[in-house]
Design a protein around this ligand. Structure first.
Ligand code: F6P
Length: 571
């Protein structure tokens, strides 16, 4: 494996793409009219997903050149390096093996990295998670009053929260009736307070999920939760107010997920109630590790296993499909095309599925913590723009909010539209004349939006509707606004796994083209460190306050003036 990233801008393919872009006049109307096979040719399948790239600003030549770019930056070699456990997370000197989390049991040949039986390790933890999940689901795991668990509260942040909460929301129809999972992430105590407010402490189980078990937010919330549990259990008469009773309560009402099992023990959680994982799983790539324990409890081991199989199917596609038909590779390359040649700054992800309402939030960490970098993996500056801003909301809500800008604004915003053929609900609007199937109405919006964005509406078409001439320009749609449509049969655990793996690999492909380490996240460290340094000033320490810059001092003084009366701090 080469340690020096290829500078993509120096490749022949990049030069050819620049010339191709300069000569290209996007014309989706004309391209479709002249080439009826365009939709077929640019539509590909990955596992159960049907991915239509035809409404992108591409020709056959564009895709050929993008594929050449992938070849010239050595993508194939990097994919293999990732899958076989090379330490491609250079700045942390770690392997990147989230794909090992979803390898089927007994896969041959087995995956051994640095003499470690990775498959065996993964399976052992998965078995432990599944056994625990079954105990909770069956009621065999009980709290201090021998009542089964009714509510699981997952305490985590970033990758220890966003993936599990997104998947829990996505797979709500698969959640065992009578079991609920809630999620606490923010260090703003309001989050925990409101989450536990109406809970019965005797039927509540907390999962403290933290890869490092050092994260300020998570450990603070875990301590607050522990204090709440003790107080409430005493209040309802479930335990005596003694140290021994409190220790027993933690054993029955707290479990943990972490790579740092020693720190779990320090917190007071019995390591036998802890589920491990490894430093080769990045936080934002960890929802299919033990970090997904809350999800495994909610949907059960069978469904969790189906989700893992969905992830794996896309891993296999990435590994074995030629680039010209390889969906994550093509979608990653398209993102490069828009970012670097069209100057796009953002990328919208618009699921037409209410169950995916946290998908964009999840993707923001995945994509932006991975590719928001200015240096390459060898420490040299990047040679082109990197990481777009990912954002989105479920359709059709977004249509009535920000779609105006996507349709008629001055910026190019590539967008992924996601929808499922089958709804997860049986609702029929019997009172709607002629159109009782609400899902069809919903999907009509999904189809209409990408059509409008691609083909627009000309001034003549607007005039033909009898529009007054002065208003015609405001009602013209330029079209040629690129979209990718992703459709699946229904949002099953497997399909969700496929979607997530697809975006994981799109992110990876972009990172490789740009030469960056998509698996570190040094950019979040400075703020964390400063927060700890500033904390004494916020608590009123005069010397600490004086050490701050004038703007920060003034802001803290504003807080102090409103929250605390500290007269000796007045000037
Ligand atoms: O602050 C960023 C980060 O390190 C993420 O990468 C990670 O997902 C999150 O914090 C939570 O970290 P941990 O799981 O170690 O608590």
């Amino acid at each position: 494996m080469t340690r020096t990233p290829v500078d993509p801008t120096t490749t022949p393919a990049w030069q050819a793409l620049a010339a191709h872009h300069a000569a290209l006049s996007p014309d989706l109307r004309g391209w479709f009219a002249a080439d009826p096979a365009r939709a077929d040719r640019f539509t590909h399948t990955v596992a159960d997903l049907h991915v239509d790239l035809s409404k992108n600003l591409i020709t056959d030549e564009t895709l050929d050149l993008l594929v050449q770019l992938a070849e010239q930056v050595g993508l194939a070699e990097r994919v293999e390096a990732m899958l076989t456990g090379e330490r491609i997370n250079i700045t942390e000197n770690r392997a990147v093996l989230h794909t090992a989390l979803r390898r089927p049991a007994g896969a041959t040949p087995g995956l051994v990295v640095d003499g470690q039986d990775v498959d065996g390790d993964v399976q052992a933890v998965l078995d432990k998670v599944y056994e625990f999940a079954e105990k909770v689901r069956s009621g065999a795991w009980t709290g201090v009053t021998d009542k089964p668990v009714a509510t699981v509260v997952n305490i985590g942040i970033g990758g220890s929260d966003l993936g599990p909460v997104m998947a829990y929301e996505a797979l709500k129809p698969y959640v065992q009736p009578g079991l609920e999972v809630r999620f606490v992430s923010n260090i703003d105590p309001t989050d925990l307070a409101e989450t536990v407010e109406d809970l019965d402490p005797t039927t509540t189980l907390f999962i403290v999920a933290s890869k490092t078990f050092t994260t300020l937010e998570t450990l603070t919330n875990a301590r607050l939760a522990r204090a709440w549990l003790w107080r409430r259990l005493v209040e309802v008469g479930a335990i005596e107010d003694t140290d021994e009773a409190r220790t027993d309560a933690v054993a029955q009402h707290f479990v943990a997920v972490s790579t740092a099992l020693d720190k779990v023990a320090e917190f007071g959680i019995d390591p036998s109630n802890a589920f491990g994982f490894w430093d080769w799983v990045g936080g934002r790539y960890s929802m299919d590790s033990a970090i997904g324990t809350s999800l495994a409890i909610a949907i059960g081991p069978d469904a969790f296993g189906q989700m893992l199989a969905g992830f794996h199917a896309v891993d296999e596609h990435l590994r074995s499909t030629p680039f010209a038909r390889n969906v994550p590779v093509l979608m990653g390359l398209l993102n490069v095309w828009y970012t670097n040649f069209f100057g796009a700054h953002t990328h919208a992800v618009l699921p037409y599925d209410q169950h995916l309402h946290r998908f964009a939030a999840y993707l923001q960490q995945l994509t932006m913590e991975s590719n928001g970098k200015s240096v390459r993996w060898d420490g040299t500056p990047v040679t082109t723009q990197t990481g777009e801003v990912f954002w989105g909301e479920p359709g059709t809500n977004g249509q009535h909010a920000f779609y105006q800008l996507i349709h008629q604004g001055t910026r190019l915003i590539p967008a992924d539209f996601i929808a499922m053929a089958h709804p997860a609900h049986p609702l029929v609007d019997v009172d709607a004349p002629g159109r009782p199937d609400v899902h069809e109405l919903f999907l009509s919006n999904f189809f209409a939006q990408t059509k409008a964005l691609a083909f627009g509406k000309t001034a003549d078409e607007v005039r033909a509707e009898g529009t007054a001439e002065a208003i015609v320009p405001a009602r013209v749609f330029s079209g040629n606004r690129p979209t990718t449509s992703i459709m699946g049969p229904s949002l099953t655990p497997s399909v969700l796994g496929q979607l997530v793996a697809l975006y994981e690999h799109i992110t990876f492909v972009q990172g490789i083209v740009w030469g960056i380490d998509s698996f570190d996240q040094w950019g979040v460290e400075l703020g964390k460190k400063l927060a700890l340094e500033i904390a004494p000033a916020v608590a009123g320490d005069r010397a600490a306050l004086d050490a701050q810059d004038p703007s920060t001092q003034a802001l803290i003084r504003y807080y102090l003036a409103h929250r605390r009366a500290v007269p000796d701090l007045e000037d």
